[in-house]
Design a protein around this ligand. Structure first.
Ligand code: UD1
Length: 419
């Protein structure tokens, strides 16, 4: 078993580069299924979820070649298995992103239903309803979604009852090759959706309105291969900035984009941080002590749920009482008990955590429970005096590329132990 061992209490200083965004790269890779030619992806992070997706595409018959450190080319023209079996996808919910592209390309698809997830139920009912509007016949058998559209998919008006990021991406991809016009209403406005739309447009798709809550797609006969560029990982960027702030340090993240993080930067400014931004960098310097600030998570451009745990870790050592409300996922407070073990004062009241800032956290053995929760424990660990051991780090590895190396470049005393 691997664990991350941190000797905390050192103010982090310096500069670190952002990686490409996992949550942008996953739908981009799935979009290769639509392309009638090789697609070269730039700035793909080295993460387990990415390998799960590329292995799945290769299993379907695609040709996948890594030709540089963070560049890879996928040619799905020879793919002939429109399936995503349970064994290949059980570790990653985002694998449901292949459903829309497979169905529109092959007229059929069989994709294992994502299982339960530690942070909540996370169903894909809205994806399925939308595909039905587009002419698909869908059934669920033996845990698999079986979708059929022998005459192809057609456009339609789709209203998402709830804002769903992967739902928007899945249906956007299907609509690119569907017949006629598709209008997505109450669509997700996340930058990763815009990255997907930009990339598909570069390959010949006709899409308008991405970045707003109404996206209109005119179906085309084919899209070509080409080059696709992943945006910076806004969640990773903010996690390193938070690591600087929680330790009383001064951290700059480069190769990123401040526009991706408006909500987060507004809140840390409110907490007293000095924030400096340029076209492609963000610097956050800690005040003498962070001040308590309330947040509630919302779909973009609101405060991202994927930063809730990290922000809470900062609030644990802020001056005053802060309220952190989670409105997207019903069970995304599993880090609370672990932070309490490290000396935090947190009370849970339904969807809201009430955090009374303490002067210092104390190091402790803790357990990672999901991806972003584990990032909050690493943050608490770099802030706390003494040795913190974070176990079950495979959760962290799903979303943070070379985390120890990047943290060490900021001065953290952190290493991975293999027991
Ligand atoms: C994506 C992100 C995840 C982020 C989340 C924030 C990826 C790979 N993952 O996850 O990191 O935390 O957005 O929104 O990009 N819902 C339904 N039915 C559906 C779909 C969603 O009820 O068919 C509900 C979910 O249970 C949840 C909410 O809608 O309460 C938002 O889910 P969604 O945006 O779909 O999350 P993901 O796309 O899974």
């Amino acid at each position: 078993m691997e664990s991350i061992v941190i000797q905390g209490g050192i103010p982090l200083q310096g500069s670190v580069e952002s990686s490409g965004a996992k949550n942008a790269a996953l739908p981009l890779l799935a979009a290769a299924i639509l392309a009638d030619g090789p697609v070269t992806f730039h700035r793909i992070p080295h993460l387990n979820d990415i390998s799960t997706m590329t292995n799945l595409l290769a299993w379907q018959g695609a040709d996948v070649t890594y030709d540089d450190q963070d560049r890879l080319t996928i040619d799905t023209r020879a793919a002939n298995k429109p399936e995503a079996p349970y064994e290949m996808v059980k570790t990653m919910r985002a694998s449901s992103l292949v459903l829309g592209p497979l169905l529109v390309r092959f007229g059929e698809a069989r994709v294992s239903l994502p299982g339960g997830c530690a942070i909540g139920a996370r169903p894909i009912d809205l994806h399925l309803k939308a595909l039905e509007v587009m002419g698909a016949e869908i059934s669920v058998e033996h845990g698999d979604v079986i979708a059929k559209a022998p005459n192809g998919l057609h456009g339609g008006r789709i209203f998402f009852d709830q804002v769903t990021v992967t739902g928007t991406e899945n249906i956007l991809m299907a609509a690119v090759l569907a017949k006629g016009e598709t209008v997505l209403e109450n669509a997700a406005r996340e930058p990763e959706v815009v990255n997907l739309a930009d990339s598909l447009r570069a390959l010949g798709a006709k899409i308008e309105g991405d970045g707003t809550d109404t996206i209109t797609i005119q179906g085309v006969e084919r899209i070509s291969g080409g080059d696709i560029f992943t945006i910076a990982d806004r969640i990773e960027t903010a996690t390193y900035l938070a690591a600087g702030l929680i330790t009383g340090g001064d951290v700059t993240v480069s190769k990123t984009d401040p526009k991706l993080l408006d909500a987060f930067l507004a809140r840390v400014k409110e907490a007293g941080a000095i924030v400096e931004t340029g076209d492609d960098f963000i610097r956050c310097a800690a005040p003498k002590r962070l001040q308590a600030v309330n947040i509630h998570t919302m779909p973009h451009p609101g405060f991202p749920t994927d930063l809730q745990a990290q922000f809470m870790a900062m609030m644990c050592v802020a001056e005053g009482t802060s309220l952190v409300s989670e409105t997207i996922f019903e069970n995304r407070f599993m880090h609370v008990q672990e932070l309490v073990r490290m000396g935090a004062d947190i009370q849970l009241d339904g969807h809201t955590a009430v955090i009374k800032g303490v002067e210092k956290l104390s190091a402790a053995p803790v357990m990672a429970t999901d991806l972003r929760a584990s990032a909050s424990l690493v943050l608490a660990g770099v802030a706390a005096q003494g040795e913190t051991v974070v176990s079950r780090v495979y959760h962290i590895d799903r979303g943070y590329e070379r985390i120890e190396e990047k943290m060490r470049s900021l001065g953290a005393n952190i290493e991975r132990h293999y027991i």
